[in-house]
Ligand binder design. Structure first.
Ligand code: AMP
Ligand code: MG
Length: 499
């Protein structure tokens, strides 16, 4: 029997649980043997109006482990479907996650509070409902790093060790992460009801999604189109931001494509070291479907599945519905290109807009790819170099290229373009440093932090990494080793799903 932890106050208001029963399954987390708090995100707790001291207490940790239910919680596992690597699976759902409830934060925003790895649910199929410590620490580090990088993302409130092994290829220590999200509605949630031809549910889901993420859309003459339009824009912007920091999501299935426009599900994700547009890391993505530069195309593909699911709401006339949906979907290309152009201009220190900008950016990326230049190091060095117009400093950046001449040729064009701008070199360098991070969650550093936690029960590397990544745009000389690319023997070439 689940205990209520009355000592911990969450002001839950559970709007999703008020939707009809077929949207979810009522369920409870399964208690674990020996819960132990690994990490608590105090700034996020404060934003959510939660008391960090309460959360750190035994009663608080019991809630974060799923051993107790806080007052006002109405735990549910959400139903959804999804296209996984192109194939439709009609029944997925939260197989190892439980939505505890929703909280309206100090900023007035409503957020889901979810436990992931909290035991089996009616949607677990053959899974154990659990998560291993490694993937939990990875999601904690990367999602919080993404937040600090200014990229829409779910967040991590806490990580708790369970004191129980999870059986994968070998036994691994288990953990539960508390994930915080604007919502957990996915493209796959819409597909779930579309596959069942449940137009009433689609209508309610559309209204719920608009209320939570785009309330202006409730007044639109065509709510489904308004929602589609909004989600298309959110993902065009999101994927451009991913490309700006070298992020490879790795498993962009429609069940991992949020309606809110947040990055969702940190499984086999990774960051580029050297720039390679075809780079993929995930061991199961054999064809490179979700490779770095395929991400915009795959985002659009996922949005096409949303558009299809919404067709019956868009218009009763099939042809009319298809025409409207296609128009809104195809707007993705222009919206992405605009977002990508804005992002690259910022990375290059360009404030005004000129017709050749996109070409300048893609020319650079081509040269970086053929010279295998480290993506993060290059843009940070370019930012610092933007301050000095002299050749010596340019030499510093050019030495990152196998063929320095390839950089010099491009840099001539770049300097000529900057000469058209009004801003001072100092202001430009400052602005560039505010968008070109010194620190990203390097794959090898994540692996090292996880290995230390698992093999030596040493959480110090994890906490250090999380601490440094909270200020990715600040030079932190004492942590410069965390900015370095991997040595040849440290390179991470493959990543694995969190299951
Ligand atoms: P993911 O690849 O993490 O996006 O998960 C895809 C689907 O598999 C979702 O429905 C998950 O809930 C489910 N799933 C993943 N891991 C487990 C697990 N250990 N136990 C039960 N369900 C799982
Ligand atoms: Mg998922």
């Amino acid at each position: 029997m689940m205990r209520y932890a009355s000592a911990v106050v969450f002001s839950f208001d559970n709007s999703y649980a008020r939707l009809p029963d077929r949207f979810y399954a009522r369920t409870s987390p399964t208690a674990v043997r020996k819960p132990w708090l690994l990490a608590l995100n105090e700034p996020l707790a404060a934003l959510l109006g939660l008391d960090a001291t309460e959360l750190r207490s035994d009663a608080g940790v019991a809630v974060l482990a799923g051993n107790a239910i806080a007052e006002g919680s109405d735990p549910i596992a959400l139903a959804y479907a999804g296209h996984q690597f192109g194939g439709f699976v009609g029944q997925l759902g939260d197989g190892r996650a439980v939505l505890l409830g929703e909280v309206v934060g100090k900023d007035g925003k409503r957020r889901d509070i979810q436990l992931k790895g909290s035991g089996p649910t009616p949607f677990s199929r053959c899974g154990d409902g659990r998560a291993a410590l490694g993937p939990v620490l990875r999601e904690y580090i990367v999602s919080e790093a993404m937040f600090a990088l200014g990229i829409p993302t779910t967040r991590a409130l806490a990580a708790v060790a369970t004191g129980e092994p999870v059986l994968r290829e070998s036994p691994l220590p288990g953990a539960v992460i508390t994930r915080v999200a604007a919502s957990h509605m996915r493209v796959g949630t819409f597909e779930y009801f579309a596959a069942r031809e449940d137009v009433d549910a689609l209508t309610m889901l559309t209204e719920h999604a608009l209320e939570r993420h785009f309330p202006e859309g409730l007044a639109a003459p065509n709510r489904a189109l308004a929602l589609l339009d909004h989600v298309v824009g959110a993902h065009a912007s999101l994927v451009a931001k991913w490309l700006g920091v070298g992020f490879v999501h790795g498993v962009m299935n429609t069940d991992n494509t949020s309606i809110s426009g947040e990055t969702l599900d940190y499984g086999p994700c990774a960051f580029l070291d050297e720039y390679d547009p075809r780079k993929k890391f995930s061991s199961i993505d054999t064809a490179g479907r979700y490779a770095f530069m395929n991400q915009p195309g795959m985002a659009k593909w996922n949005l096409a599945r949303l558009a299809e699911a919404l067709l019956p709401l868009i218009s009763k006339e099939e042809e009319e519905a298809a025409r409207l949906a296609t128009d809104h979907l195809n707007a993705f290309d222009g919206r992405f290109e605009m977002a990508f152009g804005d992002m690259m201009r910022k990375k290059l220190g360009i404030v005004t807009e000129a017709p050749g900008d996109l070409d300048l950016a893609t020319d650079l990326l081509r040269r970086m790819a053929s010279s295998q230049v480290d993506f993060t190091i290059f843009f940070r060095a370019l930012s610092n170099g933007a301050q000095q117009a002299n050749a010596a400093e340019r030499g510093g950046v050019s030495s990152l290229f196998e063929d320095p001449g390839a950089f010099h040729e491009w840099a001539e064009r770049w300097r000529a373009r900057l000469a058209e701008e009004g801003s001072s070199p100092e202001a430009r360098a400052e602005a560039m440093r505010a968008v070109n991070p010194a620190f990203i969650p390097r794959n090898h550093r994540i692996e090292q932090a996880i290995a230390a936690a698992i093999e030596q029960s040493d959480l110090e590397p994890f906490h250090t990494l999380a601490h440094v990544l909270a200020r990715p745009f600040d030079d932190q000389p004492e942590a410069s080793h965390l900015a370095d690319p991997p040595a040849p023997n440290e390179r991470v070439t493959r990543t694995f799903c969190g299951t």
